[in-house]
Design a protein around this ligand. Structure first.
Ligand SMILES: Cc1cc2nc3c(=O)[nH]c(=O)nc-3n(C[C@H](O)[C@H](O)[C@H](O)COP(=O)(O)OP(=O)(O)OC[C@H]3O[C@@H](n4cnc5c(N)ncnc54)[C@H](O)[C@@H]3O)c2cc1C
Length: 379
């Protein structure tokens, strides 16, 4: 094994408490949450009390001011335990940073403490029925009137869509422009004219609430515009994408490692033709190949994490990482299901859930085809 070098004793101690928390407070309830279509609201408050939400937020807003490795630990443990319903990474490491990096002081003072405590659940709404990869085609508008903006449009596939209290909404402040006419708004879920649509039924991640959102003449105070300047939305989105893609890679690698471990245990126990499945050369070679792939993925991901901590992770490298690790995740899950035989296809087995959960990793946070476009442009 190549040892991980970025996580010291303090971080491993933090990892132990995070793991215990999820083992006690989430794992026993996750199957029920899959039926409910969302995790419990209580989980958010409990995690907030323990400092597991938004760990990187500064102390002045009620956070603990930790570095991104602490966030990485939280998302790795969620992924390792297969708790795909828990939308903390998006809340803590995507929504929180938008407000911290681009919000004005009033916006930060108002929202960050609530995101850190779990009083508010955050979401980000970019995708629309007619615009996913091509975000310049967003049709939602936020048009300035005298003392407010008027928000109209609809979004789809929004993570934390049922539980959210605060949504970062991508809207056009100048519909005649593409990127230059795009702005981000902080929209509270109780605003008049804001409706949450149905909780969408998905192939995997069944305890994750993913929803449509509708805005009809929602009156937004002028101070809802993130950062106070119109037309900055695309720039803000581009700046935050490397962290979002690193986040996906970190969850991909932890999921791969967990699936590998379950599979090794399984093939040692399961017998066919009078011997453990693990004794067949095919099994041994498959496991050897997967082990090499997972080791390569882990080293690549940790190196990108290290670059990110040094603020040096560039857009093409993050895109390469997201594409490569999530393709690997799908390959690993598929091979591990195969080694489980029919049991691998049964929902009660974690490998079946992990296989179903993995598929979307190649689609969201920018599809893997878009990742290749970004990399190709940089060559
Ligand atoms: C479970 C889930 C959770 C999600 N969470 C969120 C969320 O919280 N917030 C949010 O805003 N969105 C979210 N999304 C949406 C997600 O980001 C989009 O689905 C994704 O960006 C792709 O957009 P699309 O679905 O419109 O596909 P399309 O853009 O229509 O793409 C369809 C296909 O065409 C390919 N394609 C498109 N353009 C090109 C090109 N230029 N070159 C080559 N191939 C191309 C794509 O790669 C894809 O294979 C989520 C989606 C899912 C499924």
């Amino acid at each position: 094994m190549i040892p991980r070098t970025l996580f010291d004793a303090d971080l491993e101690g933090f990892r132990d408490s995070v793991r215990k928390f999820f083992e006690q407070e989430a794992a026993p309830y996750h199957s029920q949450w899959e039926k409910d279509g969302h995790v419990s609201r209580e989980l958010w408050s409990k995690a907030g009390e323990l400092g597991f939400l938004c760990p990187t937020m500064p102390e002045e807003y009620g956070g603990v001011g930790a570095d991104f490795r602490y966030s990485a630990v939280v998302m790795e443990e969620i992924s390792r335990l297969g708790l795909s319903g828990i939308g903390f990474p998006l809340h803590s490491d995507i929504v929180g940073p938008y407000i911290l990096h681009y919000g004005n002081e009033e916006q930060k003072q108002h929202y960050l403490p609530k995101l850190i405590s779990g009083e508010m659940v955050g979401a980000i709404a970019m995708t629309e029925p007619g615009a996913g990869s091509d975000l310049q085609g967003v049709k939602t508008t936020a048009i300035k009137k005298d003392d407010h903006y008027l928000l109209n449009g609809s979004k789809t596939f929004i993570t934390n869509g049922q539980l959210c209290d605060l949504v970062v909404v991508v809207a056009k402040t100048d519909p005649s422009e593409g990127a230059k006419g795009t702005s981000l708004f902080l929209v509270e879920a109780n605003a008049e004219g804001f409706e949450k649509g149905q909780n969408l039924e998905k192939v995997g991640m069944k305890a994750q609430d993913t929803s449509e959102l509708f805005f009809q003449d929602v009156k937004l105070p002028l101070n809802s515009l993130l950062g106070g300047r119109e037309g900055n939305g695309f720039f803000q989105l581009m700046q935050e994408l490397p962290q979002e893609r690193l986040l996906v890679a970190l969850t991909a690698m932890s999921a791969c490692e967990a699936a590998f471990d379950w599979t090794v245990t399984y093939v040692k126990e399961r017998k066919a033709f009078g011997k453990p499945i693990a004794a067949f050369q095919n099994t041994r070679f498959k496991l050897a190949e997967l082990k090499a792939d997972i080791t390569a993925g882990r080293v690549f991901t940790d190196r990108c994490l290290e670059l990110h901590l040094q603020k040096k992770l560039d857009v093409p490298t993050a895109a390469m990482l997201k594409q490569w690790t999530t393709d690997l995740q799908c390959k690993v899950m598929d091979e591990c299901v195969q080694l489980h035989g029919g049991y691998g296809y049964m929902w009660e087995y974690p490998i079946a859930r992990a296989w179903a959960d993995s598929r979307v990793q190649r689609i969201y946070a920018g599809t893997n085809e878009i990742m290749k476009e970004i990399v190709a442009r940089s060559i």
